[in-house]
Design a protein around this ligand. Sequence first.
Ligand code: APR
Ligand code: ZN
Length: 253
Amino acid sequence: MVYRKEIQQFADMILSTDKIVAFTGAGISAESGIPTFRGEDGIWKKYDPEKVASINSFYENPANYWEFAREFESKFLDVKPSPAHLAIGRLERMGRLLGVITQNVDGLHQKAGNTNVVELHGNTSVVKCLDCGKEYRREDVFQMLNDAIPPVCECGSVYLKPDAIFFGEPLPQKALNQAIELAGKCDLMIVVGSSLVVYPAAEIPLIAKRSGASMVLINLDATPYDDIFDLRFYSRASDVLPDVVEMVDRKGL
Ligand code: APR
Ligand code: ZN
């Protein structure tokens, strides 16, 4: 249930600045039909992340990841941005957004029109051979899965790995630095759809808070950091963001 008064307050916070940063997690992509990782029907309830999404198990046998990917990710090769993603795209077109920091690897913010997207956990659109460096489009590798699991590179290597960060891998330093910089200079951070339990990503909202930003949370469940937020919506992202951006557009005229 979303209350008009809070939406009004949220709209006024957005209208007060053009230094806004959105920080997103799997919950916003749930709006596009991609299951989240945690919660009762979360992916990690069905699959063991150590086995299917850690760098050690990948090096042990890349099939550990590719069997998971074929069963789970092949369903989402052509997902569309949700109304929540599109609302964040509108904020950028209004000139109010400094950027989006996302933990998601699905590229949906770019599809929604955002141009400054910091992908803390990389993305799955490109698959690279760890031996010869050859790059493949994801959809082409999914075709290769019909012939062999794990897929085999032209050079004969079986170490074809998506550009997403596996458990046990360090975050891309450039992305982390960009995220820290954005968090340090924003006046308002909108956190959407993250359980805030995975580090170092979960540190980013804390940096914004410590730098004096106003904080808004849109998340179905409580998080360990709820008390740092000035406004909290325990709602679906698409129940809040399109409404508030529409209100900003009307008021902002
Ligand atoms: N709208 C808003 N919030 C939602 C929605 C929705 N429609 N659906 C779920 N949520 C919330 C849940 O309440 C939950 O707190 O989104 C959060 C999703 O949490 P996680 O599944 O833990 O996703 P995330 O926080 O992005 O995970 C971080 O963990 O497994 C790693 O690398 C993976 O990037 C991922 C990281
Ligand atoms: Zn190769």
